[in-house]
Ligand binder design. Structure first.
Ligand SMILES: [Zn+2]
Ligand SMILES: [Zn+2]
Length: 223
């Protein structure tokens, strides 16, 4: 089995785990990747997954990542979701158009390249579909966003002008509130003040906002 196939199976497992639990049966019946019993045996032999015991007859067999499998799966998922962010934030392709394109990127985007894209995009936490992006080594030391083209609004200096790229969707009630203030993708923001509190201007309106909220607003700096 080639690496791409292994990565695709691990990726599918990761997504199923995110949605709840995953089992061998569900994995094999996932039509998209056409996974067979044999494939599962092979990746188990290669040490990427561990199978649990079926406790009673007819009960679903559970599968788990081995440590090695967990690492590879998280890298592939990270590459995929960063590629999606790159396409929506930098290349301005709409989220529903990108799914099939990103499908092959994750097999190319590994390690250093993923970290470079992550840094460029300001270490995003979510893909455009709202699924979380596994952290890379770059994210831990992300104190400086000097090399980023997209970054959280909270990282800008007072006096900076920027344009909203996207807002992370972890707090839905906030999205509504921000939208009602005119803080939407494409909106231009002037950050007037960062201390003692954040004051920004959208259109003709000046707004004071919590620093925590600014961390969710990803912007592109204007010069
Ligand atoms: Zn996505
Ligand atoms: Zn990062």
């Amino acid at each position: 089995m080639d690496n791409k196939k292994i990565e695709e199976i691990l990726e599918e497992m990761w997504i199923q785990r995110e949605k709840g639990s995953f089992s061998l049966e569900r994995l094999i019946s996932s039509t998209q990747e056409k996974i067979t019993q044999n494939d599962i045996l092979e990746i188990e032999k290669a040490g990427y997954i561990k199978k649990g015991k079926a406790l009673t007859v007819g009960r679903q067999v559970s599968v788990k990542f081995s440590e090695k499998g967990e690492i590879l799966a998280s890298q592939v998922i990270r590459g995929h979701r960063l590629a999606e962010r790159l396409m929506t934030d930098v290349l301005a392709i709409s989220p529903h158009q990108i799914e099939s394109n990103a499908c092959n990127f994750e097999h190319i985007i590994h390690h250093e390249l993923a970290d470079a894209i992550c840094t460029l995009l300001g270490h995003p936490k979510e893909c455009p579909h709202g699924r979380s992006i596994p952290l890379g080594s770059c994210c831990a030391k992300a104190n400086s966003n000097l090399e980023s083209v997209v970054m959280p609004l909270s990282k800008l200096f007072a006096g900076s002008r920027s344009k909203v790229a996207y807002i992370t969707s972890t707090h839905y009630h906030r999205l509504d509130r921000l939208a009602s203030l005119g803080i939407l993708p494409g909106a231009e923001i002037i950050l007037h003040q960062t201390k003692p509190s954040y004051v920004l201007q959208v259109g003709h309106t000046q707004i004071a906002l919590d620093g925590d909220i600014l961390k969710d607003i990803y912007v592109r700096k204007l010069v």
